[in-house]
Design a protein around this ligand. Structure first.
Ligand code: FAD
Length: 509
């Protein structure tokens, strides 16, 4: 009797215990389906990179002696949905059992659970063996606590997993967090490391995707796609990052530059999120770089905090709050996305760069996502759900469990402060300090009023003014309200009128 084992497109971990032995009565199933290409409009590179990596995973499994059934996007037997394909394969193999790894997205978890309830087959979900934490562990850690502070969670993780510790209770170096050291702008030195990622020509696959009628946006870069195809390539990318970029990661973590899109970031989120890499090995190699003296504690702690802290924490926020989390919209924002979100063609140089780069590379780093694009979206009152769909579509690493809390919680404060302790917004001054974007911009970074005044400025003051009821008592933003208190009625009227005009004419900016 045959057991089918499903491998989803973000479960490409060849080290999973499933694969430790071969067996003739087990068939591994991978499928390229319209259900997954179409649930939002996706960047071309995201579809291409996932399908290419799935095909490579199937190749690896076959080489290791496993039985594999792969449904390509243009296979005539492909029903294009998960339940319909599962039913077809169960009938085809007369299967007696169906197994799958715990999905990371709520919609797939529900779909598979519901389908299982309706069948008489042995239906088994197993661990994906990827994360440090279970789905409910963050909720357990925060039991009885009013606020879900990431820092509290992160310290628990450091202790539990004995990472960057001096002893069982004390952090290495005597300090838990070096965030304050990690805020330098980048002025051209040290040079950005070369992009050592391996490129592949996926033109044939791209042709098949287009011929199947899949819609997408962004540059496919099909003949030279640089996202890791498999674990071997991801490990090579990890080693290159540790060697060349990690020592500078901390210093320039928040920097942005129009001539250097990667700076010292790892670009490992795709390989991590599709599980080619395990977070433990990434964290382990980073810690070893500190222990050997290759990288400073501030750099390594800053990097490890993102993976051991933020990544696990947002996953906990997601699983504790789904399915309602996606509905949050505490400010009631409803403006549609400006048309230039799909072209990058705006006169605001920072947004033109950050969005243009996202369309070109399917990637932007954290501060571009948070303090340029997300910042503008919140100030301009864009509909958080529409924004969530854009982020979920555009980035190579976007899977709902990690994208949604980052977009709705961290960047839009749409959950009213469940995740972030304050809204991450700024005027032009922050963007100017951390980047070269304002140089040569059509708009004047210093001006608040007038046609050439940078839109961020009036929108920033107007945002806090409009939302005083909700935000004025937040101790982390008391300074803003003290400044607003000192402003005269004419100034307030001025920025309010300009902000209103800007919000009504977003396509023209
Ligand atoms: P690095 O800067 O090299 O960081 C190392 C790793 O840390 C990343 O690969 C990632 O796995 C992890 N990490 C860093 N920051 C976060 C974070 N805030 N939450 C979770 N993990 C983090 N990350 C995604 O993986 N998928 C998303 O869909 C996603 N959407 C985002 C949307 C918004 C609005 C914001 C503000 C952030 C989002 N992030 C997302 C987090 C972060 O921007 C990306 O993880 C990072 O830019 C990926 O590039 P990198 O691999 O070079 O990261």
């Amino acid at each position: 009797m045959i057991t089918l084992r499903l491998i989803l497109g973000d479960q490409l971990n060849p080290q999973h215990r499933w694969f430790s032995e071969t067996a003739d009565d087990i068939v591994y199933v991978l499928m390229e389906i319209r259900q997954e290409t179409d649930y939002v409009l996706h960047h071309a590179q995201k579809i291409l990179a996932i399908f290419a990596a799935m095909r490579d995973m199937a190749r690896q499994l076959k080489e290791r002696g496993h039985r594999v059934h792969y449904l390509t996007i243009d296979d005539v037997e492909n029903r294009q949905s998960l339940p319909a394909n599962i039913d077809y394969l169960i009938a085809h193999y007369q299967a007696s059992g169906f197994e799958y790894q715990a999905p990371d997205e709520w919609r797939l978890d529900q779909q598979l659970y519901e389908h299982g309830r309706r069948t008489a087959l042995a239906w088994v979900m197993v661990d994906s063996e990827h994360f440090y934490t279970t789905r409910s562990e963050a909720a357990e850690i925060f039991t009885g606590r009013r606020q879900w502070l990431m820092e509290y969670f992160y310290r628990q993780m450091r202790v539990r997993h004995h990472i960057l510790m001096a002893d069982a209770a004390k952090p290495a170096g005597g300090q838990w967090n070096y965030d304050h050291d990690n805020r330098k702008p980048w002025r051209g030195t040290p040079p950005e490391p070369v992009d050592a990622r391996i490129c592949h020509d996926h033109s044939a696959l791209w042709h098949a995707i287009v011929a199947a009628g899949v819609q997408s946006f962004g540059n496919p870069q099909a003949h030279q796609l640089a996202w890791a195809l498999n674990r071997a390539e991801a490990l090579q990318q990890l080693d290159a990052f540790i060697e060349q970029a990690l020592p500078h990661f901390g210093d320039f973590q928040d920097a942005m530059n129009s001539h250097a899109w990667r700076l010292f970031h790892s670009l490992l989120s795709f390989a991590l999120n599709v599980k080619m890499l395990n977070p433990r090995e990434v964290v382990g190699k980073a810690e070893a770089a500190y222990r050997s003296g290759h990288a400073s504690l501030a750099a390594v702690e800053g990097f490890i905090r993102q993976i051991l802290g933020w990544r696990e924490y947002v996953r906990g926020v997601y699983w504790t709050n789904m399915p309602d989390y996606g509905q949050h919209n505490v400010f009631g924002h409803s403006n549609g996305l400006p048309a230039w979100f799909w072209t990058g063609q705006t006169k605001m140089r920072c947004l033109s760069h950050a969005i243009g780069q996202s369309l070109e590379q399917a990637h932007a780093h954290h501060i571009q996502r948070l303090m340029v694009i997300g910042n503008f979206a919140l100030l301009a009152g864009l509909d958080p759900h529409a924004l969530h769909c854009w982020y979920l579509g555009v980035y190579i690493d976007a899977f709902e469990w990690v994208e949604m809390p980052n977009t709705l919680g961290m960047s839009q404060f749409a959950d009213g402060g469940l995740l972030a302790t304050k809204p991450y917004v700024s005027s032009a001054a922050y963007i100017d300090r951390m980047s070269d974007y304002c140089k040569g911009c059509h708009y004047d970074k210093k001006a608040r009023l007038g046609e050439r005044a940078c839109p961020y400025n009036a929108l920033y003051w107007d945002f806090f003014y409009r939302n005083a009821d909700r935000l004025a008592n937040n101790p982390r933003i008391g300074m803003v309200y003290r400044q607003l208190d000192k402003m005269d009625a004419e100034s307030i009227e001025g920025f309010s009128a300009r902000a209103q005009m800007l919000r009504a004419n977003l396509d023209q900016l």
